[in-house]
Design a protein around this ligand. Structure first.
Ligand code: NAD
Length: 251
């Protein structure tokens, strides 16, 4: 993984830091020397990850779909006293492969709440803090499912992720005058524990066969993109939807 000395001492909030891509991001930013705030609903796991990382890791248990809980979580970041430089919105996902016809309203609302409403709530809370930073960054994790229909998935999830891509463009437009960049990364299928429970080996093989680079993604494929977007080298990159998908979506 590339080293970005400027990330040392920056304060980074990562939602969904207890597992998968978010956990890998927390470890990678910590290794770069950042102060890392692990936001997740799974208190036990973020406490255990933070304890293994060290004293620049701060576990903050929060349900990011709850506006009051989000406000309290960011107040906890303020109390630590390092400000906020990078906000990474990684929590998300879905648990069932469904068609539009199969999806009930409860599942639709739950999926939209986690994947679209929560990113809005968290970005809104992050903005006044990022305005005080000299290198403010928002990185929203979307999905290939918000860019194209590449395999059976969740229509609510795909719609929410497409929404976050557009939300990110609004953020880039509104926050540019404050020197804050806002970008999204759109991962391809990645073998996190959640995805292992969702998709069969055959299914994963079918997805990999459609990728020009010949495999599904690893968490590091996405974390490398996050580090780049947080770095000084990406200071003039904003509003971008970066496809970390091995060429599966080519525009
Ligand atoms: N894994 C993939 O194949 C893949 C592909 C494309 C996009 N993505 C996106 O990448 C991101 C991470 O995916 P992953 O597979 O690593 O997920 P994951 O399920 O492994 O981790 C998600 C984390 O979010 C946390 N979380 C769930 N609901 C929460 C809530 N209400 N409040 C706070 N935390 C909550 C979970 O506890 C978990 O730690 C998601 O946004 C997902 O949509 C993943």
């Amino acid at each position: 993984m590339a080293i970005y000395p400027e990330i040392t001492d920056r304060a980074v909030v990562i939602t969904g830091a207890a597992a998968g891509i978010g956990e890998a991001a927390a470890v990678a930013f910590y290794q770069q020397g950042a102060h890392v705030f692990l936001f997740d609903i799974d208190r036990k796991r973020i406490e255990s990850i933070a304890a293994k990382l060290g004293d620049r890791a701060y576990p903050i248990a929060v349900d990011i779909t709850n506006p009051d809980a989000v406000a309290s979580a960011f107040e906890a970041v303020d109390r630590v006293g390092h400000g906020l430089d990078v906000f990474i919105n990684c929590a998300g996902g879905y648990q069932k492969l469904l068609t539009v016809e199969m999806m009930d309203l409860e599942e639709w609302d739950r999926t939209i709440s986690l994947n679209l409403r929560a990113p809005f709530l968290c970005c809104q809370a992050a903005i006044p803090r990022l305005k005080k930073s000299k290198a403010g960054r928002i990185i929203n994790v979307t999905s290939i499912s918000g860019r194209t229909v590449h395999a059976a998935s969740s229509p609510a999830y795909g719609a929410a992720k497409a929404g976050v891509t557009q939300l990110t463009r609004f953020l880039a437009y509104e926050l540019g005058p404050f020197g804050i960049t806002a970008n999204s990364i759109a991962p391809l299928t990645t073998l996190t524990p959640r995805v292992a429970a969702l998709r069969s080996t055959e299914d994963l093989g079918r997805i990999a066969a459609q990728v020009p680079l010949g495999r599904i993604a690893t968490v590091d494929d996405h974390v490398s993109a996050m580090l780049y977007l947080a770095s000084d080298g990406a200071a003039f990159v904003t509003g971008v939807a970066l496809d970390t998908n091995g060429g599966r979506v080519m525009m």
